[in-house]
Design a protein around this ligand. Structure first.
Ligand SMILES: Cc1ncc(COP(=O)(O)O)c(C=O)c1O
Length: 185
């Protein structure tokens, strides 16, 4: 009986996951997948578990974020490297990113603050040429998929629906992951 109850729950869960996926990544032919998780912080943590970067790897992070996002990086023995943002645009200057990159840099996290989003393409041209993975932290910038669903140049775009968010679901995060099954499976 317990087994039956469990499999019913699992089926319900799969159905629910499929429904959310159909909204966030509707095209099965595309290279995008949806991941549903407890929070953006837990996805960020999972990301480092999977990538298993060597200790001392540098993670560029646009300058303002919540403390826990830095803490997760440090928990893995990695080094968060802040990159200043321009207060008028809330975006970093390309020169600041270029100046912060070293041979130890593996990831650049763009945090879109206060609902502001911007095109990362100019940064992506440089970062991709250096083999640096791009992640978008949209915890503060969910405005609906028709307005902003992240950049196709980002490996992962994370949205949060935590209790303090404007469009809250009280908890949870949904991420779009591109060109890779490993991070979802
Ligand atoms: C910029 C930013 N990143 C990450 C987070 C963490 O989101 P979550 O609560 O889903 O872990 C927040 C939460 O407020 C945030 O503002």
């Amino acid at each position: 009986m317990w087994q039956n109850a469990r499999s019913t729950k699992a089926a319900e869960y799969d159905h629910w996951w499929d429904q959310v996926s159909n909204v966030f990544t509707p095209n099965p032919e595309s290279n995008e997948r949806t991941m549903i998780a407890l929070s953006v912080r837990s996805v960020w943590d999972l990301y480092f578990q999977i990538r298993n970067y060597p200790k001392g790897t540098e993670i560029l992070m646009t300058a303002i974020n919540i403390g826990d996002m830095y803490k997760v990086v440090e928990e893995y023995g990695l080094i968060p490297v802040p990159v200043d943002i321009d207060p008028y645009t809330m975006a970093p200057k390309l020169e600041s990113i270029k100046a912060a990159v070293t041979e130890k840099t593996k990831v650049c996290l763009f945090a879109f603050l206060f609902g502001i989003t911007y095109d990362i393409a100019p940064y992506a041209d440089f970062l991709e040429s250096q083999g640096i993975e791009i992640i978008e932290d949209c915890a503060q910038s969910w405005r609906g998929l028709d307005v902003f669903r992240g950049s196709p140049r980002a490996k992962m775009t994370m949205f949060s629906f935590g209790s303090i968010k404007f469009n809250t679901a009280f908890y949870g995060s949904i991420s779009i992951i591109r060109n890779e099954a490993q991070l979802v499976d």
